[in-house]
Design a protein around this ligand. Structure first.
Ligand SMILES: [Zn+2]
Length: 189
């Protein structure tokens, strides 16, 4: 799992979707007790190696590894718990950051009838409108976590959430080598 998650992080970094130390990434390694493998804060994501990944518990406390967990670990935990995701990816691409501001007034980015929408989990056809909510960015991560938990209660079938002027959270399974590089994720990232 460490190698798989690193492979995905390097791919996202190489595409310019997690520049510098930006973004954070997790994968579920145990459901009970809940344990996430997590990228450490403040590292250049292009240079991460499998042993750099941390293990955090259900409260976001580090229980294994050298680095510091990201402040946004709570968001990974709530997304994992509420969606049943096996992995949560948070990117800082230029495109999703600009779009999150352009569509902030509407509160949602709508993507309709694009061929690759059928690559999203549970979507079988391009004749689909994916509505990606846009949430105001905040440094108050517990408050942001509550806001996202409420959003998931109201809209359980989301595939991603944009934080305004910040980046994208998306989640799903980490596909194997024989399928795609990032499973469900590439479509939204
Ligand atoms: Zn971020």
């Amino acid at each position: 799992m460490r190698e798989r998650l690193i492979e995905v992080i390097h791919f996202l970094h190489w595409r310019g979707w997690a520049p510098g130390t930006g973004g954070n990434f997790s994968a579920l390694i145990s459901e009970s007790p809940l344990r996430l493998l997590m990228s450490p804060s403040g590292y250049n994501k292009g240079g991460l190696v499998p042993s750099d990944l941390l293990v955090v518990d259900a409260a976001g406390r580090k229980i294994e590894g050298e680095g510091k967990p990201s402040a946004e670990t709570l968001l990974h935990l709530v997304l994992t718990k509420k969606t049943g995701a096996k992995s949560v990816l948070h990117t800082h691409s230029v495109w999703n950051t600009l779009l999150s501001d352009i569509y902030a007034v509407q509160g949602v980015l709508e993507l309709s009838h694009y061929e690759m929408l059928k690559g999203l989990g549970g979507i079988q056809t391009h004749e689909h409108t994916e509505r990606v909510p846009i949430v105001e960015n905040s440094q108050d991560i517990p408050a942001l976590t509550n806001k996202i938990e409420d959003l998931l209660k109201r809209q359980p079938n989301l595939h991603g959430i944009l934080l305004r002027n910040h980046g994208l959270y998306t989640w799903g399974s980490l596909a194997g080598r024989r399928t795609t590089a990032c499973g469900d994720f590439r479509v939204l990232v």
